[in-house]
Design a protein around this ligand. Sequence first.
Ligand code: KIV
Length: 262
Amino acid sequence: MAVSVNQILRWKQTGAPAQPIAVLTAWDVISARIVDQAGADIVLVGDSLAMVALGYDTTLPLTLEDMLICAKAVRRGVTNALLVVDLPFLSYQASLEDAIRAAGCMLKEAGAQAVKLEGGHEAVVDTVHRLVQWGIPVMGHVGLTPQSVNQFGGFRKQGKTTADRDRILAEAQALEQAGAFAIVLEHIPTELARDITKALKIPTIGIGAGIHCDGQVLVTADVLGLSDWQPPFVKVYANLKQQSVKAAQEFCRDVRSGQYPA
Ligand code: KIV
């Protein structure tokens, strides 16, 4: 049976299933079929696709239109997992109307079941509250929020000082209060992720946040060894970039030597 938002929530609240939630990203129908058929509980159309699939240095240039095209393609490849779509930078920050329109089009046009928003300050929390009131499930995201890369001065680990740790915990709690059904904890100390996971009734999904989260997410291009660089916390499970270059080289060689077509 297809995974639902309620099921994800129940898993934490009833302790079933006993194993952590597995989340992977997708950016097109091929990556979507791979991660859905692999049995991921949640497929995230993360705005990391700006870097992974579109070649930008950060997630900031991604537009709502770019995201909509990718989310629709992913939808066509997902049958079992819960489909969550990131709202791109500045598609939801300027006004509540923007946020409702951006989130609404991901549900109405792309068939997403939930959206993800970055940050946990007051304005984001208010937006999450309103979206949830309008029937749009929201996943939160705190810690290293890549849309704030310029403020952080790079993709740096967050929560290193006591004040930062207290702020991130308070943000996660505020997002839960606002009605978020799950929260991504990115690149924060293991103990902070453990404390947040203990403090919340909704599941935490860690990325570079240690072993105590209720689930884990990674960018699929990193997992498959398709990207040229991976963050230090990533486990690379395959070497598809190298294998693909080799296969393409063999094709070129065969064409040039007359071996293909036979
Ligand atoms: O954009 C993304 O892929 C994400 C995950 C890494 C959590 O937000």
